[in-house]
Design a protein around this ligand. Structure first.
Ligand code: SDX
Length: 384
């Protein structure tokens, strides 16, 4: 606030409370994350991704029978319109998977007769289609690019198992399916992160959920947000070639560069999700290369804490875990989207249920009013 009582702009809306929510809470001081009031440390390795989707949408954990019915409803929707599958075959093979995902989600609206219906019931049905079809779209991109067919989902399994089955072309081991499920649980929601806020801004104009999720996917791709996990693996690969972690990190810091996978706008202590991913990364690094990356990651964590006093965020060890699951680097951020559609859709439903157009103010810093000069009277060099 200036001394004239004018409000001053808050860069990046840092610390600004934009709205209320009952969906998730990020406690940056104590390093805790809550999904609808349940602490992530209690949920991780205890619940399935489908349970988390249900919890974020309905503000309660499902009974066993409800969960099975919900999972069945989701997995039966894991098919794609044939026209979309044909489209995959025609897109340039060098497009980033997140760019293709953004377009494909936008195109899903073309095949959904309820696309423009913002009623709570229709939005929930569309949310089910999105949670179910986003993993299939990503698997479809990967399989079509290799000239391979897209396997059908196994209706007796859940989203995590079927994503790996369709993406890799064969059934995952129970442990890999459980690891993917943990990755999806840990990435599902995180307060008003940039992509979720994008979804809410779009929904607040009463645009439909397909538009809101398209906004969110475009936002997630940025390296300061979900795009960081891909850059973490690129950094590990680069260090692997050079061999010296300390030198590499010192070099980045000396250039004032950000170390991908570290730091957070809200967490000022350890991101609780990183703790679970670090543990799993240590468990899943099977073949030597995976363990090299994990050991390198631990050295980077120690060095960065010592030099900058900052901690890994969700993206840092996610890279090593995804590597161990056989996911190609270019798809790491799409895996983030497979999970975050749970939070995005919950926030769109919450926004639509008690909507207020999101429209902040700007502080104009230019000169005004300026005197207009007709073109014929402007000096050679243009008006000053
Ligand atoms: C996600 O919002 C969410 O909840 C996001 C997310 C979710 O679940 O939705 O948690 C997922 O997006 C995690 C973040 C992934 N991004 C990265 O890993 C990219 C690298 N991180 C940084 O760019 C940064 O930490 C941000 C973007 C995450 C947060 O940035 P801020 O809050 O704007 O902090 P800042 O850039 O102003 O840095 C504050 C200080 C600076 O020191 P000074 O220069 O002022 O002395 O901390 C330093 C920075 O130099 N710092 C880093 C750093 N992050 C902060 N220094 C080196 N490497 C880093 N990664």
């Amino acid at each position: 606030m200036t001394d004239k009582g004018e409000k001053t702009a808050v860069r990046g809306l840092e610390g600004v409370i934009a709205s209320e929510t009952r969906i998730g809470m990020v406690d940056g001081v104590n390093g805790k994350l809550y999904y609808a009031g349940y602490e992530i440390d209690e949920l991780a390795e205890q619940v399935s991704f489908e349970e988390v989707v249900f919890l974020l949408w309905h503000d309660r954990l499902p009974a066993e029978k409800e969960l099975l019915a919900f999972r069945d409803q989701l997995v039966r929707e894991m098919t794609l319109p044939p026209a979309l599958q044909d489209w995959f075959r025609r897109i340039p093979a060098d497009l980033h998977p997140m760019v293709v995902l953004r377009s494909a989600v936008s195109d899903l609206a073309l095949f959904d007769p309820e696309a423009a219906d913002n009623s709570a019931a229709a939005t929930q049905r569309k949310a089910i289609r999105l949670v179910a079809k986003i993993p299939t779209i990503i698997a479809g991109i990967h399989r079509m690019r290799q000239g391979l067919d897209l396997p059908a989902p196994d209706l007796s399994q859940g989203i995590a198992f079927n994503f790996l089955r369709m993406f890799l072309g064969s059934d995952p081991s129970p442990y890999d399916a459980e690891t993917m499920d943990l990755v999806l649980v840990l990435h599902a929601d995180h307060g008003f992160n940039a992509s979720t806020f994008s979804a809410r801004v779009t929904a607040s104009t009463l645009a439909d959920i397909y538009g809101a999720v398209t906004s969110a996917i475009a936002t997630l791709q940025g390296p300061l947000h979900g795009g960081a996990n891909q850059r973490v693996m690129e950094m590990l690969t680069e260090i692997g070639d050079s061999g010296d972690v300390a030198d590499y990190i010192d070099g980045l810091l000396a250039q004032g560069k950000r170390i991908m996978g570290f730091g957070h706008r809200v967490y000022k202590v350890q991101d609780p999700r990183a703790r679970h991913l670090r543990k799993r990364a240590g468990q899943v690094c099977r073949e030597d290369e995976g363990c090299t990356y994990f050991k390198m990651s631990e050295t980077i964590e120690e060095k960065t804490l010592q030099e900058k006093g900052i901690y890994p965020n969700v993206d840092f060890y996610s890279a090593t875990v995804q590597h161990a699951l056989g996911i190609p680097v270019a798809y790491y951020t799409t895996v983030f989207a497979v999970s975050r559609i749970a939070g995005w859709s919950a926030h769109v439903m919450e926004q639509l249920a008690d909507n207020r157009l999101i429209r902040p103010r700007a502080q104009f810093t230019g000169k005004y009013p300026r005197k207009f000069t007709p073109r014929s009277q402007r000096p050679e060099g243009g008006e000053k």
